[in-house]
Design a protein around this ligand. Structure first.
Ligand code: HEC
Length: 211
C-alpha cells in the first residue's frame, strides 16, 4: 500500500525519534552511507497483539516525544491535536493505516463524531488527526505517521470532496498533502475513504475501540 520512498522516509523519521535515546546511552551509530541506523529501541517482551492496557502504556511513554517530532512540521494540527478529544479508549491496530497502532482525535468543530450521529456532514474546519506507532514482532516500538483529514470550505477541492488529506512523518516532514506538496501521493487516502461517501467520507472509530 505505501510506496517504498515513503516507507524509507518513515524509517529515517523513526531513527530521528529514537535518536535521543540512542545518544543518551551513547550507542547512536552511523552506517557507511552516513545515515543513522536504528540501534536503540524501546523494546517490549512478547509483543504479539497488545492488550489495550499495554498499547496505552506504550503510547503514554512515547507520545510526548512523538508529538514534538510531528510539531516540527509546523502544521497547526500537529501542534494542537493532543489537546483535542480522543475518540478511542486505547491505541488499536489499524490494518488500513499500515498495520500501526493508532488513535483518533478530532477538534471541537467535528461535532457529532460518534456512533449516534454517523452520517452527519462535517463543517469546514473540522479536523481529524490519527497519530500512530509500530510494534514489531520482536517487540521494538517505533513512532510512525500522523494522518490528518481536514474539511475545507465548499468548492476548495472538488477532487477530494473538499477533504484535505495529509501525512506527517515522525521527523516532521510531510509524506504528502492533498492541498500542498506531493498531493497525488495522497490520492490513495481518498480512494479508500470514498467508500464512506454516505458518511461524509469518515469511517468512524470501530465500535469495540470506543470508550
Ligand atoms: C484502505 C483504506 C484506507 C486508506 C488507504 C486510508 N484510510 Fe484512513 N481510515 C480507514 C478506516 C477503515 C478508518 C477507521 C478505522 C481505523 O482507524 O483504522 C480510517 C480512519 C481515518 C481517520 C479518522 C477519521 C475517520 O475516517 O473516522 C483519518 C484522519 C484517516 N483515516 C486519515 C487517512 C489518511 C490521511 C490516509 C492516507 C495517507 C488514509 N486515511 C488512508 C481506511 C483507510
Amino acid at each position: 500500500m505505501m510506496k517504498r520512498s515513503v516507507l524509507k522516509r518513515g524509517i529515517v523519521g523513526l531513527v530521528a525519534l529514537l535518536g535521543v535515546a540512542a545518544l543518551a546511552s551513547g550507542v547512536g551509530a552511523q552506517s557507511d552511507d552516513g545515515e543513522l541506523r536504528e540501534t536503540e529501541h524501546i523494546t517490549i517482551e512478547n509483543p504479539g497483539q497488545l492488550t489495550a492496557e499495554k498499547a496505552e502504556q506504550i503510547y503514554q511513554s512515547i507520545s510526548e516525544e512523538l508529538t514534538t517530532f510531528y510539531a516540527m512540521s509546523e502544521s497547526t494540527t500537529a501542534k494542537r491535536f493532543r489537546k483535542w478529544r480522543r475518540y478511542n479508549k486505547a491505541p488499536y491496530l489499524s490494518a488500513t493505516h499500515g498495520n500501526r497502532y493508532v488513535n483518533n482525535y478530532a477538534n471541537a468543530k467535528a461535532k457529532g463524531y460518534d456512533a449516534m450521529s454517523r452520517g452527519v456532514q462535517m463543517p469546514a474546519g473540522a479536523i481529524f488527526a490519527k497519530d500512530s506507532f509500530t510494534v514489531t514482532k520482536e517487540g521494538e516500538v517505533f513512532g510512525a505517521a500522523l494522518f490528518i483529514m481536514e474539511k475545507l470550505a465548499p468548492g476548495k477541492s472538488p477532487r477530494t470532496a473538499d477533504w484535505r488529506y495529509a501525512e506527517i512523518l515522525p521527523d516532521g516532514s510531510f509524506a504528502g498533502d492533498s492541498a500542498g506538496d506531493n498531493a497525488r501521493d495522497m490520492d490513495y487516502c481518498h480512494a479508500c475513504h470514498k467508500i464512506k461517501a454516505k458518511y461524509d467520507y469518515l469511517y468512524y472509530v470501530p465500535r469495540k475501540y470506543r470508550p
